[in-house]
Write a protein that binds this ligand. Sequence first.
Ligand code: ATP
Ligand code: MG
Ligand code: MG
Ligand code: MG
Length: 468
Amino acid sequence: MDTAEIRRRFLNHFSERGHTVVPSASLVAQDPTLLLVNAGMVPFKPYFVGDLTPPWSRATSVQKCVRTVDIDNVGRTARHASFFQMCGNFSFGDYFKAEAIPFAFELITEGYGFRPDDLWATVYLDDDEAEEIWRTLLPPSRIQRRGKEDNFWSMGVPGPCGPCSEIYFDRGPEYGRDGGPEADENRYLEIWNLVFMQYARGEGSEYGYEIVGDLPARNIDTGMGLERMATLLQGVENLYEIDISRPVLDAAGRLTGARYGTDPAADVRLRVVADHTRTAAMLISDGVSPSNEGRGYVLRRMLRRAVRDARLLGAREPVMAELFTEVRQAMGPIYPELVDQAEAITAVAVAEEAAFLETLRTGTTLFDTAATQARSTGSAQLSGESAFRLHDTYGFPIDLTIDMAADAGLTVDEAGFRRLMERQRQTAKADRASRRIGNLDLSAFRPILATAGPTAFTGYSELARESG
Ligand code: ATP
Ligand code: MG
Ligand code: MG
Ligand code: MG
């Protein structure tokens, strides 16, 4: 079943049950507590907390999501992508647990054809009500209770929250240990989270938040991972191999000369290249441009990592233009914003790639020298001084230096790096202050000052001594 069909069935299932189909919002979050939309409910938060009256009591959507917290998992687990699509159904003070659980179960079993025997459910520690409902659908042995970490959901402070119930598919013993989701989340693949959004979260308490009261109504917020569903329904190993991702993965292989499926370490990099390229394209199509802070920095890191990993896999020429074409072909039918702005989107990535390749070209020599030097002194650490110089002279972001050092079997003196950065910041501040007073432009001296450190002016006393 292709992704388009999974998506169609989801939206149909819920529109047949009285839900209004709402298009995906932009990845750029309107909510001040978030940089990027990371769940289907984010655009609906004002309805949950009661700031706005929802125009419908039931809604369904397939929301574009980016999760930077999952970046380190990308390419390594079967189930985490940095960009993914969350299919959701929402009740704004309308139905609650007794309908939400069967709605999901019916779609999974009748709509997508899963056998109930392969399914597990989890509920929050004290949620007897949800467990009761699940017992009408699954045997008690396949219902587990889990704690706050997994079965309590919240968004922002202040924000809505509530216990949740998750649905898992057992991929079988060849994927890991027995014992349900609590024992092994690789074998038991989480496909859907049903959140019973009923409390308001506020500041305070030693955990950084606490429940401060009830929301104006009891709501439902659910999220089913479209790519995870596709992974299972298409019988592939991980979500990079599904219909809408595989072409990008294959293109990454073609462009770098690394054949997917031959070397596990190379496979991780190929998946990272494919993943980050797609996320970058989606971010640019929503108006994000590379920069050194916020969303722009997320995008910049994605592009740089993709470019660098492509190099490490063997690419000798720029790869972005072609990878972006593949992303557009795979995702364009659902996201016209990728097609309408095709040239402008690709141009952003191509320019960032060119600039970064130049940075890499000039900085790599210095990096190699510094690494050799570190090793020759018997140290497994790159000095803060070297990291600072790479940053200051060649524009190497510290995370790139750390990555490159790790590949060379070295760590980086990050504390030393930060001290030098701080010293530079102070110097720059002092410069600005003196410029304001004396109209003197001292910026040309800043690099000297940053590397050599501040010099105490001793002229008066020394000269006085000499002449005296
Ligand atoms: P996991 O525990 O596997 O990291 P999660 O509990 O963090 O997932 P939720 O926050 O409950 O995920 O999000 C709802 C659904 O969105 C998940 O059940 C899953 O199907 C999907 N999902 C979450 N994170 C990702 C991701 N990084 N890539 C693809 N799908 C995801
Ligand atoms: Mg997660
Ligand atoms: Mg989870
Ligand atoms: Mg979850």
